[in-house]
Design a protein around this ligand. Structure first.
Ligand code: GLN
Length: 603
């Protein structure tokens, strides 16, 4: 097993995750099998309890692991299926060491950060690196390890120490360190400044780690003399210094690394030059080029809790993007704060109310993503009603499906107090109820999490066709509430079709309105399994319906027919009548949660 460690210096939010995933793509293109590990030095054992509005979305894995969103980048870029153990946190390491201590495994010794925590980290890495994640047998060839945060952070110290020991133990030729750093350009003189990188490399060396490759974020390619200076002061050969300059979309990063021959430097450092082939990125390049030139827009209104920071819905955005590129459309996401659609806002903030409705009415399709809690629920119900009545394509994910069912019960069945017990525990018409997988009385550990099977009960429906006329699908879940099975026949008689259910027939998984061009809801989260080049079926359905191409896709068993036209992604953020091009004002397709926790910019 060969290891590539990716660290970050100078500032957080440099796009370390995307860089590490892109290195994986490049190595995979060289014929190598690649796995990945993300280290998050925070104390939480997993991301399940962390607010998506602070930290970005909680990404869900097949095994039910609730992990950092960077694992989503790895799965999407490398087309792998990771496990919860591929995300290491300080909490997980300490928990495992403390459990062993309680069992008496340390035989009376004093349990310390060095060697016990550092050993536990190394053992974890070696164990998880051997687990295949690409569906093939046997371990991968290379494991890319991303160390979250910035070199010098107090909380990452035990990991840095452990990785220093690890690199010494596995030896040169088996371990390679890529340090992602920043080369700022000072506006006044326009000069690329190397000092911050020099300092961060010095910090790295002081902690016992030696970089083999420097990957420098800068606005433009580094001047040769700047590279020379970095080589001299950082003791890294100039041919091992690559620039990660600003690009129109993140799919360029593997290409940019290839153009700068990063694969040669990596393969040389890992003694793999004779083993690997020249990188084949033909398909990747073609898709990236298509993305760049897309012109004809498809407008999707995302009706959720307004955040201003799109990382909270990162996988949903990526799934929309994959589907849009497949349909050859430039994705425009109009963020609509659900609360602004509500009647109360009409009085309190009429401009915001009007702007929100204008965006909704201007959209080609409406998406209500997953969520927890009752804020903005009424607004989401209004959005679902608008889409249903006006035959605008609608996709409701998890909460978005529950919302659609509540709206249908209220408007079509005239059950005006129909509600979810999540929002009104005493509702007389519980249309969505608490249906945990474990205990019915305790909230902890009751979430229905990870991959579960949905069986198609109706063969002739849009969803089954979009999935390629299969009889079942496995998708990822993260919820506690579900449609009340006692109300299903009533809803069905009124025209709502429950086309997908679990193996017991008690859990409603997919709804459709057969009389509507595309009105679909899923209790699961299809966004987590969407990939570039392999868009998620239900997202493809939404985008295809929004561009008037659904019939062709349905006839082709879930595949797009002929391309429609060309363009690329922009996102637009809406808040109180202000329009922002993207959440952080950077280039298109750049998302930032800007919270300085090391999970910032995802190009
Ligand atoms: N809050 C809802 C539930 O727990 C929906 C969850 C979600 O959208 N992920 O069932």
């Amino acid at each position: 097993m060969k290891y590539v460690l990716v660290t970050g210096g100078v500032v957080s939010g440099l796009g370390k995750g995307v860089t590490a995933s892109s290195i994986g793509v490049l190595l995979k293109a060289c014929g190598l099998r690649v796995t990945s590990i993300k280290i998050d030095p925070y104390l939480n054992t997993d991301a399940g309890t962390m607010s998506p509005f602070e930290h970005g979305e909680v990404f869900v894995l097949d095994d039910g692991g609730e992990v950092d969103l960077d694992l989503g980048n790895y799965e999407r870029f490398l087309d792998t299926t990771l496990t919860r153990d591929n995300n290491i946190t300080t909490g997980k390491i300490y928990q495992s060491v403390i459990n062993k201590e309680r069992k008496g495994d340390y035989l009376g010794k004093t349990v310390q950060v060095v060697p016990h925590i550092t050993d536990a980290i190394q053992e974890w890495i070696e164990r998880v690196a051997m687990v295949p994640v690409d569906g093939k047998e046997g371990p991968a060839d290379v494991c890319v390890i991303e160390l979250g945060g910035t070199i010098g952070d107090i909380e990452s110290m035990p990991f840095v120490e452990a990785l220093g020991q690890f690199s010494y133990r596995v030896g040169p030729g088996n371990f390679l360190l890529i340090h992602v750093s920043l080369v700022p350009v000072l506006n006044v003189v326009g000069e690329q400044k190397t000092k911050p990188t020099q300092h961060s490399v010095r910090g790295l060396r002081g902690l016992g780690l030696t970089p083999n490759i420097l990957a420098c974020r800068s606005t433009k390619a580094l001047d040769e003399n700047v590279k020379g200076k970095l080589a001299q002061f950082c003791h890294v050969p100039a041919e091992n210094i690559v620039t990660l300059y600003d690009v129109p979309n993140i799919w360029h990063i593997p290409l940019l690394l290839k153009d700068q021959m990063a694969h040669e430097a990596i393969l040389k450092g890992l003694d793999l030059l004779g083993v690997a082939r020249e990188p084949d990125l033909e398909e990747w390049t073609a898709r990236t080029k298509i993305f760049d030139v897309l012109q004809a827009p498809v407008r999707i209104a995302m009706v959720g809790k307004y955040t201003g920071l799109s990382d909270a819905y990162l996988s949903v955005l990526k799934a929309l993007l994959h589907a849009s590129v497949a349909c050859r459309r430039k994705l425009i996401v109009d963020w609509v704060a659900a609360g602004d659609l509500e009647d109360a806002t009409a009085k309190e903030a009429p401009d915001a109310h009007k702007a929100a409705w204008d965006l909704l009415k201007g959209a080609d399709g409406v998406l209500v993503p997953g969520g927890f809690g009752d804020r903005g629920v009424q607004g989401k119900i209004l959005a679902a009603k608008y889409a249903r009545e006006n035959k605008v394509p609608y996709l409701g994910i998890c909460l978005g499906m529950q919302i659609a069912v509540i709206e249908f019960a209220r408007s079509v069945l005239n059950l005006h107090d129909a509600n979810s017990t999540e929002f009104d525990p005493d509702t007389k018409t519980p249309c969505v109820i608490f249906m945990p997988e474990g205990s019915k009385t305790h909230m902890g550990g009751t979430m229905r999490l990870g991959s579960r099977r949905t069986y198609f009960k109706v063969v002739d429906c849009k969803s089954a066709k979009l999935y390629g006329n299969v009889s079942f699908v496995d998708e990822r879940h993260r919820h506690r509430y579900e449609v009340n099975p006692d109300m299903v026949s009533q809803l069905e008689k009124a025209g709502l079709s429950f086309v997908g259910k679990d193996e017991t027939g008690q859990r409603m998984e997919i709804i459709e309105l057969p009389t509507h061009p595309y009105f679909v809801g899923a209790q699961f989260h299809p966004e987590f399994k969407s990939r570039p080049g392999k868009p998620s079926a239900l997202f493809l359905g939404l985008i295809a319906a929004a561009c008037g191409n659904l019939e062709t896709v349905l006839q082709n068993n879930g595949h797009v027919g002929k391309p429609l036209s060309n363009g690329h992604l922009t996102t637009k953020t809406y808040q109180n009548g202000n329009i922002f091009k993207s959440s952080n004002g950077l280039v298109d397709g750049v998302y930032s949660n800007g919270n300085g926790n090391g999970n910032g910019v995802h190009w």
